[in-house]
Write a protein that binds this ligand. Structure first.
Ligand SMILES: Nc1ncnc2c1ncn2[C@@H]1O[C@H](COP(=O)(O)OP(=O)(O)OP(=O)(O)O)[C@@H](O)[C@H]1O
Length: 298
């Protein structure tokens, strides 16, 4: 396991969290307890983008919902800035501090369009009309979404809806934003749209994000990555070390960058790969060009 040291105090700390569900087996009311998460321990640090990966059914969505206080764990403790979740009152205040955007954003919207949805959403958090208008102006101008606010959701693309769902979550200035596979249901151009917004968040706003993902383009935005497997956190990696380790990527059913696959093949063929261990595309291209020049002059 890659050991990653963090100097700052954790924003969110999860200790010994466990979650199980009772399932009815038959008409005699016999039940079976299924453990979905066991002994989850993790920390999220201020301003980081933390990736959460794992095979299908490993518990990523369940853990996200527990962190977003949508479902309660059976055991364990979660603190935000040192305060126990149980002590953060009223309950809606915790939903303001930790906000989740679901994979299926359709299920999240209750209004016909963004303006209407924001009105309904922010009223829950005690915003008055002027504050709601200001919040709409703030998030839409920040992300260039002004033209979309009055359009019915039914007329928007999946990517546009995802952008609006993220903008809506950011309007209440959460301390932690949880994104559950934000581009899983999107095609290439719509995925690019969302990735650009996430890059903007990372570059300009340093929002703390827990990002559940299977995709390389999203993983590349993270600072470090937790691997969940069979309901428990198996490993924690600095993103760079994960994205340069083909064996680990494959073991966790993650895609392998093309550049890394070529480097691994060159190494296996006994070729001198030099600085190619850094698989970022510009470094990779420079190093391949250098190798070719050397070979031509040999
Ligand atoms: N309410 C529930 N009752 C019974 N089983 C459940 C319940 N919620 C989740 N599970 C089971 O718990 C396991 C973890 O589910 P979860 O959706 O959290 O996984 P995941 O890692 O998000 O999967 P995916 O990548 O497919 O979205 C799965 O086996 C799922 O069937």
């Amino acid at each position: 396991m890659a050991v990653i040291k963090q100097s700052a105090n954790a924003l969110l700390k999860v200790t010994h969290v466990q979650y199980a569900v009772e399932q009815l087996l038959n008409l005699n009311m016999e039940t079976r307890k299924t453990e979905i998460l066991h002994d989850i321990n993790l920390s999220v640090y201020p301003n980081e983008i933390l990736g959460l990966v794992g095979p299908n059914g490993s518990g990523k969505s369940t853990l996200s919902k527990i962190l977003a206080h949508i479902i309660e764990p059976n055991q364990g403790k979660i603190t935000l800035n040192g305060a126990d979740y149980q002590s953060i009152q009223p309950e809606w205040h915790l939903h303001q501090l930790v906000t989740m955007v679901f994979q299926d954003v359709e299920a999240q919207f209750i209004g016909q369009n963004f303006t209407e949805d924001m009105l309904l959403y922010l009223t829950n958090f005690g915003y008055n009309e002027t504050q709601i208008e200001n919040a709409i102006t703030e998030v839409t101008s920040l992300f260039g979404l002004q033209d979309l606010v009055e359009q019915p959701f039914t007329a928007l693309s999946g990517g546009q809806k995802q952008l609006l769902a993220i903008a809506e979550a950011l309007a209440i200035h959460p301390q932690l934003l949880i994104l559950d596979e934000p581009t899983a249901q999107l095609d290439g151009p719509n995925t690019d749209m969302v990735i650009q917004l996430l890059q903007q968040l990372q570059r300009e706003h340093r929002v703390t994000i827990l990002l559940v993902t299977h995709k390389l383009a999203e993983l590349a935005l993270t600072d470090r990555v937790l691997v969940l497997n069979q309901g428990t956190i198996k490993q924690s990696y600095a993103t760079k070390s994960l994205l340069t380790d083909q064996a680990v990527l494959e073991a966790n059913q993650l895609p392998v960058p093309d550049t890394l696959a070529i480097i691994t093949a060159l190494k296996q063929a006994g070729l001198p790969v030099g600085q190619l261990a850094d698989n970022s595309l510009p470094a990779f291209t420079r190093e391949v060009a250098r190798l070719l020049r050397r070979q031509q002059h040999a």
